[in-house]
Design a protein around this ligand. Structure first.
Ligand code: PBG
Length: 331
């Protein structure tokens, strides 16, 4: 029976031992492609656990410095900062204050750890009492009235030392608006990472608890993307690039690998993916129940995202992943 069978190609020849398997890997990962999100709140000596994101904390500017020291040892030196202010109001005015929570933390962190790369999230939802990403208007958000506020926020981050700004609000025209404001303020070399394809997703749930930014009314579907749409992400990326975006982001990551793949193929810009809070929480919860192998799930999801075409990954697993990479468990 087997003699009749002329098996010329045998894929298993390349799978026989680990040294060979590693040689022929198509996807290689490195800690230099990881970005770690951090939540900064006001106060001193605070390192507050976030219940919905077990293992993640809210840091005050001083304890952030301790965390940076730990991160550096883990080999993660790129961070994405989110601010949680004490005071919220209707238009999110604490987002652009010189002594705001992000601005203060950034100045201190930059001084102590200049070797880090600091990206700041530019959005108003953590700063507004209604939790929307801009100025509310008739049950939705007023696009054009929000743009100057985002631009002011981005400029204040730049002035406090941000190395890159990342607008996550999803207002139309924000990249161009930010670019002009940054250029006029003397920051023409500061790159913009656009949350280009940010979908209206249930997977942001734990983040909203962490940042206290759940919308008080309605939802974000009038400004974040509809998850039924794929080609729209390509359209949106074209618009962002025309307005001056330097990097593109897809968010969430795992349910949107088609989008990562499309953008990476269509545009010669770096494409980053954000493995968001709900993706993190799912792995944490399943692992805690013994239903999934935690380390395996962390490694497999990360590699899948890179394999789809991401050039970088924003993930709450970054320090742990960097460890697995160093130990050669993935690579
Ligand atoms: C702010 C913002 C959100 C996330 C990143 N920036 C929340 C949202 O849009 O509701 C989510 C990140 C995560 O879930 O880990 N607009």
């Amino acid at each position: 029976m087997m003699q009749e069978f002329d098996l010329i190609q045998r894929s298993r020849r390349l799978r026989g031992n680990p040294v060979l398997r590693e040689l022929v890997r198509e996807t290689r990962v490195s800690p230099s492609a990881l970005i770690y999100p951090l939540f900064i709140r006001e106060g001193q000596r605070v390192r507050e656990p976030i219940p919905s994101l077990e293992g993640q904390y809210r840091y005050s500017p001083d304890t952030l410095l301790w965390e940076l020291e730990t991160l550096e040892k883990a080999g993660v030196t790129r961070v994405l900062l989110f601010g949680i202010p004490q005071e919220k109001d209707a238009c999110g005015s604490s987002a652009w204050q010189e002594n705001g929570v992000i601005q203060t933390a950034l100045r201190e962190a930059k001084q102590r750890f200049p070797q880090f790369f600091y990206i700041t999230d530019v959005c108003l939802c953590e700063y507004t009492e209604h939790g929307h990403c801009g100025i509310p208007c008739g049950g939705t958000v007023d696009n054009d009235a929000t743009l100057p506020l985002l631009a002011k926020t981005a400029l204040s981050h730049a002035q406090a030392g941000a190395d890159m700004v990342a607008p996550s609000d999803m207002m139309d025209g924000r990249i161009g608006f930010l670019r002009r404001e940054l250029d006029a303020g003397g920051f023409s070399s500061l790159p913009i990472l656009s949350y280009t394809a940010k979908y209206a997703s249930c997977f942001y749930g734990p983040f909203r608890e962490a940042a206290g930014s759940a919308p008080a009314f309605g939802d974000r579907r009038s400004y974040q993307m509809d998850y039924h749409n794929r080609r729209e992400a390509v359209k949106k990326a074209g618009q962002d690039i025309a307005q001056g975006a330097d990097l593109l982001m897809v968010k969430p990551a795992l349910p949107y690998l088609d989008i990562v793949s499309d953008l990476a193929a269509a545009f010669p810009l770096p494409v980053l993916a954000y493995q968001v809070s709900g993706e993190y929480a799912m792995i944490q919860a399943a692992a805690k129940n013994g239903w999934i192998d935690r380390e395996a799930a962390i490694c497999e999801t990360a590699v899948s995202i890179f394999r789809a075409g991401a050039g970088g990954l924003i993930t709450y697993f970054a320090p742990e992943l960097a460890g697995y990479m160093r130990e050669g468990r993935i690579g």
